[in-house]
Write a protein of this length. Sequence first.
Length: 317
Amino acid sequence: MNNIDTLKLTSDMRYYSENGGERSQRVGNILKRVTQIQELLSGKFSLVFVTDKGMGKTSVINYMLDLMYEKEIKTKSGRKSVVYQDVLETGSGATTTAETEIIQSTSNYCEIEIVPSSKDEVEELLRSFAKYIFKEVNTEFQGYSLIAPELFRAMRNMTGLKEVEREGEERIDLAKELAKKYSLDSYVLFENEIFKMANLENRIKTEFTFIRGEDEKKSIRSISNKINLMSIDDIPLPKKVIVKLRKDIFDFDTLGCIDKIIDTRGLESGVVATDRKDIRELFKKDKDKIIVLIDKFNSPSQSIMKLIDTYICDDDY
């Protein structure tokens, strides 16, 4: 049905809703719904992917947007082989530190923009990291705090307190080694040192622009990966990462009414999905989001089922 047919249909329905006698109310209700659908179809939407960690949502996005490039590798036999490498980092899960938004670039270059987490959010995460490490060393400490693995990894990299291997020694946890220098009643001093090592005041770089060419996708992958790992010394912890693709890389016009793809941070097992603020925000009654829930066939995710029960099946929502 083209626009002319649609306009005639709504015009006829409006006439019968006003002059159709007993049918007026019924036609009026249908007209109201048709009008709502027309308004929706005239707008633009965000396609939002939500699932447990490690279920492949980032892989789906890479495939859908053709965010792959050829990479030459050597096989065990010594022969050279070509494989396809994803641009957005994928793996066994917990690779996405912050919500990633993919949109069309308004320039002739691909760009990445970091929307920083608030000062309070970063300090709370650093505090949770400090409490977790301190509890591991001082079992009598009462301030134990849980933190998602990808954010825990980010805190390690921000502070430089990684797990390292030294020649002839067992793997060493630099965070625990630091905590051992503080007595049980000196936690505040340990926390202050963690904050100092995070170097928050100098984390000000929020934009990256990529040189056009055959290594462009490879460069995007490298920077995107480093942002997720928080392995760049002068970037802030992202609340959101915006990847802007020039049209020669991917043309969003081919997706019709979709102008934005959102890759959410994976849902944690053992954590109630509805407790996460970013997930609650997704299910607000905005009309511009299409939410795609990804799950495996053999055993439904309890996190996904909870989201469905809370936001889709609940009559009060």
